[in-house]
Write a protein that binds this ligand. Structure first.
Ligand code: ZN
Ligand code: ZN
Length: 145
């Protein structure tokens, strides 16, 4: 564990640090039970550019090795209505490793999704967007990453 805190920014070295940050962030105020390390389903790459719509609750990650796009959780259902904006780190970096946090309810269904990114240039950690899930069942969301 090697998280270093500055006044505003958190920095980390690896996925464990990102997962810790996502759990501490508690998007929506709910404890995060699962954090999934995200890799490209085609080439298993782990470097992504990321676009999000914070209003719609939608995120797409684009693999920097093979350019495949992966929607996060149920983002494929919202992408048609979304105005996606590219995520950028305060340092100017735009390549990230990606962790997805899932807060579960008492019935073990997903109730909140959060998207955590670690900048590959300077290690800055942040949760760039999060959204509520208000339906069930939700097992497919966990399977999707
Ligand atoms: Zn890929
Ligand atoms: Zn950065």
């Amino acid at each position: 564990m090697a998280i270093r805190t500055t006044a505003v920014l958190w920095r980390g070295d690896d996925f464990d640090d990102l997962a810790t940050y996502i759990r501490k962030h508690q998007a929506g105020g709910y404890p995060v039970q699962h954090v999934k390390d995200t890799s490209c389903r085609h080439c298993h790459g782990t470097t992504f550019r990321v676009t999000v719509d914070d209003e719609e609750g939608c995120a797409l990650i684009v693999c920097q090795s093979c350019r495949a796009e992966t929607p996060i959780a149920d983002s494929a259902d919202h992408v048609d209505d979304a105005a996606l904006e590219e995520c950028g780190c305060p340092c100017g970096g735009d390549a990230f490793s990606v962790g997805v946090g899932y807060a579960m309810n008492a019935d073990n269904e997903v109730r909140w999704v959060s998207l955590g990114l670690r900048c590959l240039a300077d290690g800055t950690l942040d949760v760039y967007t999060d959204w509520k899930i208000d339906y069930a069942p939700t097992a497919h969301l966990l399977a999707n990453a």
